[in-house]
Design a protein around this ligand. Structure first.
Ligand code: PMP
Length: 423
């Protein structure tokens, strides 16, 4: 099989008929070399400093960049109080837990963390389960709850961890945010499957748009199904008091499973679910991740402080929103299409993957680090530059980036108007 490197995506190398693992890896190596030669490979760059609005990146010729590539939305990875709490965790307990939760790895700080994240959502400790990543919170939860007789009904744009969680069960996807399509699937699934679990994101990670939660909740109730919402990019940012996308719908107490991460707004590592008491208990003792994989390290005590800071220091959320609103308005002012985002994730939609790669490279050359996103993360003709705005970005950082985009928009057809003409 001959893959045309010019139009190939990383996904084309997942499986190649007749190629064993070594041949496939060799072929992929050639593809990466080609991408580097073309200047289209901006992935896995080395960060030498840590999270922040300005970071030092690179191995051979490191330099400082304005960064839009992390989800450290409130800047808590560098907050002195959060760091101090993490250090205290290490001083008290050591660096690791060296055991799985079921057999020796469940420490008092895990208990405290479970209680804290549950009470953050107005729930009791026995209604939360903590995991080592957000990815496993999703995949492990779905894997243990849904079996061969069940079905997961998922929005097409949900995170990869949800797809992985559905490997052992039946899965149907519905077009993004399409309520009519969801209803058709729910209706058909009614008698065919035992448990019907609808899975959506609160904020979608590539477009930054939000789910119509109220409408989906009513459909789920009408058809006797359950609802799981991954609100990784909403919690700490959206909602009157930062409780996420669900807060303003008034449904926080009614969603069957809320899942989230500690690796974004809370500046650490880990994941969690908030769910019914008996489901939480079941997952705690039955999920493979809880049985066979070690617990989060004592530096997770930083999360407990970060959760408190959401209420104690609302100024970070306010700064973030000031930045989001300014940046989005100015990008649109240049004529760029930021789609339907309502969050800190700002895409600049370009469409063509090659142009998107070139724009990413030109931004890098000007000291601005963004993520060019192409297929399979988004549809083939829906490539974009994806940026996460942070509370710690200054107006100067945003203005420098806006100037760069303005300059690039004179060289490439990336404004809405020019893209329309190109079509
Ligand atoms: N869900 C969504 C929507 C995400 O964007 C991510 C992270 N990219 C995850 C889950 C996984 O979270 P974590 O990084 O904590 O594994």
């Amino acid at each position: 099989m001959n893959i045309n490197f010019e139009n190939a995506s990383f996904k084309d190398f997942e499986n190649i008929p007749g190629y064993d693992m070594m041949q496939r890896a060799d072929y992929y190596y050639e593809f990466l070399e080609y991408m580097k030669y073309k200047g289209r490979h901006h992935y896995r760059l080395q960060n030498n400093t840590g999270c922040g609005s300005v970071i030092n990146v690179g191995e051979k010729s490191p330099r400082d960049y304005i960064s839009f590539v992390t989800s450290d939305y409130l800047g808590f990875t560098q907050h002195p109080k959060v760091k101090q709490a993490a250090i205290e965790g290490i001083e008290k307990y050591g660096t690791g837990t060296a055991a799985t939760p079921l057999i020796g790895g469940y420490y008092s700080f895990h208990q405290e963390l479970e209680a804290k994240i549950a009470s953050f959502f107005g729930r009791s400790r026995d209604e939360s389960v903590v995991f080592t990543t957000g990815y496993t919170a999703n995949s492990a939860t779905l894997q243990i709850l849904l079996q061969k007789e069940d079905i997961a009904i998922v929005d097409r744009a949900v995170h990869a961890s949800v797809y992985e969680g559905c490997i052992l069960t039946n899965r149907k996807t519905f077009p993004h945010n399409d309520l009519d399509a969801l209803e058709i699937i729910l209706k058909a699934a009614q008698r065919q499957y035992r448990t019907k679990l609808v899975v959506i994101d609160g904020v979608y990670s590539q477009d930054g748009d939000i789910a119509p939660i109220r409408e989906i909740y009513s459909l789920v109730k009408q058809y006797n199904a359950y609802l799981m919402i991954d609100d990784v990019h909403g919690v700490g940012i959206l909602g009157e008091t930062g409780r996420g996308t669900i807060e303003d719908t008034g449904l926080l107490d009614y969603i069957d499973i809320i899942s989230g991460t500690f690796s974004k707004t809370f500046g650490n590592l880990g994941g969690y679910i908030i769910t019914h008491k008996t489901l939480a208990n079941f997952i705690r003792f039955q999920s493979r991740q809880q049985i066979f994989s070690a617990t989060a390290p004592p530096s997770s005590m930083g999360i407990i402080k970060a959760l408190e800071l959401i209420d104690e220091e609302p100024q970070w959320r306010e700064r973030l929103w000031k930045n989001i609103n300014y940046f989005k308005k100015e990008l649109n002012g240049i004529g760029l299409d930021t789609g339907t985002t309502c969050s800190a994730i700002i895409p600049v939609k370009i469409g063509d993957p090659h142009i998107t790669g070139d724009v990413g490279r030109l931004l890098i050359e000007q000291g601005i680090y963004t993520n060019p996103i192409i297929y399979p993360a988004v549809a083939r003709k829906d490539a974009r530059i994806r940026m996460s705005v942070l509370a710690t970005h200054t107006k100067e950082h945003l203005d420098k980036t806006l100037n760069a985009f303005e300059g690039i928009s004179k060289m490439f057809p990336i404004t809405e108007k020019k893209r329309r003409v190109k079509k």
